[in-house]
Design a protein around this ligand. Structure first.
Ligand SMILES: [Zn+2]
Length: 220
């Protein structure tokens, strides 16, 4: 199956996407990886992408689409799970055209969503996380009772601190920005009867099983 994956930004997306790609037996294509490959290989597209990224301007639809065109290169992929793209309705229309030219239209678009109260809970949980001063990979997950929150890393005993950009308001605003990008893309596919929305609550395997069941009727 050829599936576009839309995700909210507030949970461990990679684990869900990886489990889903495996359950669908579809290669997981991540836009970020495609772009990094152009940057590493110093291609013309990579140079243009780097210039934009350094300028802080929004990533242009035209470059994003060119990266996808370069990837599919007129072949018809039998199966894929595409994440991180499209990021606008212009990109979505360009992707529709590209896949149509390849004779390989999308079978569906999966939107992994969380209920509002779960989004709020994860925002607060993420903001309450501490990092170890000794090693940034030692994350501290706070217990449900905030009074019981520890001050030392459970891995190495190092002092814990909170990053400034882990502030609740910062995380909430980052989340809203991401939603504002994804929602119009979701509507684009809903209008074409391609959208399947699934609750992303549970383990990655549970989410993947629910998603596969929901996508079942779309197999080509
Ligand atoms: Zn530590």
């Amino acid at each position: 199956m050829r599936i576009v994956l839309l995700q909210q930004s507030i949970y461990e997306q990679k684990a869900d996407a990886a489990a889903l790609a495996q359950a669908l037996a579809a290669p997981h294509i991540r836009f970020g990886d495609l772009m990094r490959s152009h940057l590493v290989r110093r291609t013309g597209l990579g140079a243009r992408a780097a210039a934009v990224m350094n300028s802080g301007e929004p990533f242009p639809d035209e470059i994003a689409t060119a990266i996808l065109r370069d990837t599919f290169d007129s072949t018809a992929p039998a199966a894929f799970l595409l994440g991180g793209h499209p990021r606008s309705t212009t990109q979505a229309r360009a992707l529709d055209d590209l896949l149509h030219e390849c004779g390989a239209p999308l079978d569906g678009v999966l939107y992994l969503r969380l209920p509002e109260d779960e989004v709020e809970r994860r925002i607060r949980q993420q903001a309450a996380r501490r990092l170890c001063r000794n090693d940034l990979t030692h994350r501290y997950e706070p217990p449900a009772d905030p009074l019981a929150a520890g001050r030392h890393c459970t891995v190495c005993g190092g002092e814990l601190y909170q990053r400034k950009d882990d502030d609740e308001d910062v995380i909430r605003s980052r989340y809203r920005t991401h939603e504002a990008i994804v929602e119009p893309v979701a509507r684009h596919y809903a209008d074409r009867s391609l959208l399947t929305a699934v609750e992303a609550v549970g383990t990655p395997d549970e989410v993947a099983a629910r998603a596969v069941a929901a996508l079942g009727g779309r197999a080509s």
